[in-house]
Design a protein around this ligand. Structure first.
Ligand code: C2E
Ligand code: MG
Ligand code: MG
Ligand code: MG
Length: 278
């Protein structure tokens, strides 16, 4: 691959912002090429157990690293990947890569969990359970260590199918977390109908919780809702000590955010793990 190609894929990416069909098609082509050329990488963001102060898991977050250009964040390509169906092979790569990485941590003596974000399209494919089962066998990862993060809207698109799918996934031994909780429009009744393990409070309720009483009330209510239902609860977007102190006071189980650790590449995260766990 030439440097020229790398620059081209970045140029394509910028043009897409203009939304014309042609530009979208070019973007689709460069995304497809990026997948073939292994230009995607995973960063990992730590999750902290607030009570024990132990780092217990990592969330895998995809990034696109075109040759010779800046790192591109998922906000700029996930939607198109979903619309074009590319999210299916991309998501499979993420699952396999994250499971492989987590198995390496285990082999190195760090029994961490790994969380993978699933898009609605992936969740609606009937063979998702088989795929995950296959990846678990292939990588040798203990299924206990794998957590799937789904948003409310993903789960509520086809509630009947979702219930069946979640049941199958639970039988594999993986856990289920509801991402960005509190931002959706669905009723709460699904919470006790689906086999869910954890709620992740959306960061919009956390970021300014220390100065916004309404958000404080919402975060506290989600924590007690989760506990009342026997679920775990993780706060995302924790950026300072004050927010962490608030969450501890409200007995939130876990925290994630820049204050705990930013998403990091393979090498930095291993240093982080060596310093912060074990
Ligand atoms: P998410 O799963 O809710 O991930 C949290 C996002 O918040 C991440 O952005 C993370 O970098 C950012 N973040 C974490 N802590 C803080 C903080 O303290 N402050 C602020 N301001 N932000 C924080 P990122 O990596 O850009 O990912 C954005 C979204 O893209 C994710 O939201 C997830 O929905 C999606 N995504 C990421 N990776 C994948 C993937 O492999 N597959 C799928 N389907 N979606 C993914
Ligand atoms: Mg997530
Ligand atoms: Mg989230
Ligand atoms: Mg979010």
């Amino acid at each position: 691959r030439s440097k020229e190609q790398g620059r081209n894929s970045f140029r394509f990416f910028n043009k897409v912002m203009k939304e014309s069909a042609k530009k979208r098609m070019e973007m689709e082509i460069s995304l497809r090429q990026a997948l073939e050329n292994n230009e995607f990488i995973l960063h990992y963001q730590p999750k902290l157990n607030i009570k024990t102060s132990a780092v217990y898991g990592m969330e895998a977050l995809i990034r696109w690293q075109p040759e010779d250009s800046k790192l591109i964040y998922p906000g700029q390509f996930i939607e198109l990947a979903e619309e074009t169906g590319l999210i299916i092979p991309m998501g499979e790569w993420v699952l396999r890569e994250a499971c492989k990485q987590c198995k390496m941590w285990h082999d190195a003596g760090y029994p961490l969990t790994v969380s993978v974000n699933l898009s609605a399209q992936q969740f609606q494919k009937h063979d998702l359970t088989e795929l995950i089962a296959k990846i678990i066998v292939e990588t040798g990862l203990n299924p206990d260590a794998l957590e799937l993060e789904l948003t409310e809207s993903t789960v509520m698109k086809e509630p009947k199918q979702a219930a069946y799918m979640l049941q199958q996934l639970k039988e594999l031994g993986v856990s289920i977390s509801i991402d960005d909780f509190g931002t959706g429009f669905s009723s709460l009744s699904y919470l006790n109908q689906f086999p869910i393990d954890t709620l992740k409070i959306d960061r919009s309720f956390i970021n300014d919780a220390h100065e916004n009483e309404a958000n404080q009330a919402i975060a506290a209510a989600i924590i007690s809702l989760a506990h009342g239902l026997g679920l775990g609860v993780v706060a995302e977007g924790v950026e300072n000590e004050e927010q962490l102190r608030f969450l501890k006071l409200k007995q939130c189980d876990a925290a994630q955010g820049y204050f705990v650790g930013k998403p990091m590449g393979e090498e930095l995260i291993l240093d982080y793990i060596k310093k912060n766990t074990g």
